[in-house]
Design a protein around this ligand. Structure first.
Ligand code: IPE
Ligand code: IPE
Ligand code: MG
Length: 255
């Protein structure tokens, strides 16, 4: 149950715990550079951080976690780095899919499939298919994902329906646009975390972030783990979410 913050005293935790946390896993390159290592080794260490964090997430009470693995803008990186990031998605699925499946994790992959190589499409398909029966925890991997691309794709579907005479444009509303996004199956993120100290959204979940809380953590992604996620959740618990209302209890009253 939510508690309003005390007027003069410290903030009392308000609101419900988060169901869905989205993570911008940033800082692999800087982690490697600080050690005099090639960027590829930073990305490899980043995969281990992802494994640790996913393992701890359900125990922290979360139901959904979305991680930003590769953005539509990451194609701007040198081809060797792009190849390495693709290879690591495959490695992650190949080494972790059995455990994810046994742990009750359902894997969803969001982002544009067009432009991905057949072997990458095959591992994405395998990860989704093999975990489709699970429901304890949802891991959503954003890969070749961009918030603008996703919005454009949803808009195009609505435009096609209009052109084919199946939809009256006057009826288009927020729910319809949201339903066409690749994230439509899950809840909106309550909290978006970015590591490495950068404070920007970099085209992640633009629509879905409308009322998300943001926490920026000064840790490079390869050093991340459940203890950092727990700290972000603690910070979230001190936030007062109002959704445009003037008082928290108005939000609760409105439901
Ligand atoms: C995040 O680390 C990983 C991906 C973008 C896939 P970076 O590679 O962006 O690391 P920095 O930001 O250069 O340190
Ligand atoms: C965002 O990080 C993308 C991922 C974490 C996959 P970037 O490192 O690519 O973002 P910018 O370039 O610093 O904004
Ligand atoms: Mg970066």
């Amino acid at each position: 149950m939510a508690v309003r913050p005390g007027r003069d005293g410290p903030l009392i935790p308000t609101g419900a715990p988060p169901r869905h946390v989205a993570l911008i896993m940033d800082g692999n390159g800087r982690w490697a550079k600080a050690r005099g290592l090639p960027r590829a080794l930073g990305h490899r260490a980043g995969v281990n951080a992802l494994k640790r964090t996913v393992e701890g997430a359900a125990d922290l009470g979360l139901e959904w976690m979305t991680v930003f693995g590769f953005s539509t803008e990451n194609w701007r990186r040198p081809p060797s780095e792009v190849t390495e990031l693709m290879r690591l998605l495959k490695l992650y699925v190949e080494t972790d899919l059995g455990r994810l499946e046994r742990d009750g994790v359902r894997v969803h992959v969001i982002g544009r499939r067009a432009g991905l190589a057949p072997d990458i499409l095959e591992v994405i398909d395998r990860a989704e298919r093999r975990t489709a029966h699970n429901s304890r925890f949802h891991l959503q991997v954003a890969f070749n994902y961009g918030g603008r691309a996703d919005l454009a794709d949803s808009a195009r579907r609505l435009a096609t329906a209009v052109a084919e005479g199946r939809l009256d444009p006057g009826l288009i509303n927020e729910a319809m646009l949201g339903a066409g996004l690749s994230t439509a199956e899950g809840p909106e993120p309550d909290l978006i975390v970015r590591t490495s100290g950068e404070q920007r959204i970099s085209n992640f979940l633009l629509w879905e972030a409308a009322y998300a809380e943001f926490v920026f953590q000064d840790v490079l992604w390869p050093d991340y783990g459940p203890e950092h996620l727990a700290a972000a959740l603690h910070e979230f618990s001190m936030r007062e979410r109002r959704y445009g209302a003037s008082e928290v209890h108005d939000v609760l009253a409105a439901g």
